[in-house]
Design a protein around this ligand. Sequence first.
Ligand SMILES: Nc1ncnc2c1ncn2[C@@H]1O[C@H](COP(=O)(O)OP(=O)(O)OP(=O)(O)O)[C@@H](O)[C@H]1O
Ligand SMILES: [Mg+2]
Length: 344
Amino acid sequence: MTRVVVTCGSGGVGKTTTAAALALAFASRGERVAVLTIDPARRLADALSLKNVGNTAQRVPTPEGRLDAMMLDAKQTFDELVSRHSPSPEARDRILRNHYYRFVSERLPGVHEYMAMERLLSLCASDEYDAIVLDTPPARHALDFLAAPDKMAGLMDEGVMRWLVLPASAGGWRMIEMGSEVLAGVLKRMLGQRTIEDIAEFFAGFQSLWGGFRERSLATRELLRAPSTQFVLVTTPAPGSRAEALAFLEVLQRDELPFAGFILNRCADPPPDRVAWPTTDPDLRAAIEATLARRQRLVDAQEAVIADLLAHAPRGARAWRLPDSDTAVSSLEGLARLGRLVGV
Ligand SMILES: Nc1ncnc2c1ncn2[C@@H]1O[C@H](COP(=O)(O)OP(=O)(O)OP(=O)(O)O)[C@@H](O)[C@H]1O
Ligand SMILES: [Mg+2]
């Protein structure tokens, strides 16, 4: 079974960096690894020293194992799903050319997150990888992302049509549902004959695909909760990050997602135990001592945050401390070393 590790957390804490680091660490153990980012930013490509990362797998040159990096393109993923599951080439083209489909696949809220789940599922099903590392966008969106499969499954049950039409015109679909010709006439004037025909054609074309979407959204729901899946919560160990990390943890627990532990990124190193005093100058000595004491207080504050996070986490949750190190994040080997500090 393909292992899935999801890095999540607030904005800018190091999710993408640690996702790249974990992927490199797994590859260095000889595993076949994919790292998928659903954050439409260049950061993954930069971290892995690649020119570009797109929807298709891009091989990262690693001495051992195999590492493919990819960045989700929701529209392309949706198009591929339609192509794969349409009953005929004509049916496929009717959907892909449909104006309403273009709106749905490019701009409908939640589609990006949902396509990320579809992609994750198909990567797992391909059996090409031992491990998949999923890098999520900052927290606000990550919550949508966690809810996406449930939302999608629910929509299939309720009748997805009502939902899909809502962004275009709240209440619009109800009017059509009620079958009132007068109201339909008003709508036609509001939306235009073309739009209504597009919507009707879209739903007709999609009829045979809904079942598959529903099934896969349920499968993703299971996949996210499988014993082979681990969520890691990336955070800085600063007291100011505590509340946000706890809020995130609460969401993971509420949704019963398997939580492996915290990655405490950019930890300050403790001061050295012994100092080879370079000077006997009392003022300089006092200044150095004050600096060391400040560093110790910083480390103590960090450790208090970590203890507090662990106290709120389910039993067995771990805490991995990663140093703040520009040199570690600026090379593949440095990143792999960072990733090996995390025991997932
Ligand atoms: N341990 C570290 N030491 C030094 N720099 C780091 C470390 N971890 C991350 N960084 C730097 O911090 C910045 C933010 O990291 P990253 O992009 O991974 O965060 P993110 O959580 O993915 O951000 P976003 O929420 O915007 O997606 C980057 O410039 C990265 O190089
Ligand atoms: Mg990121």
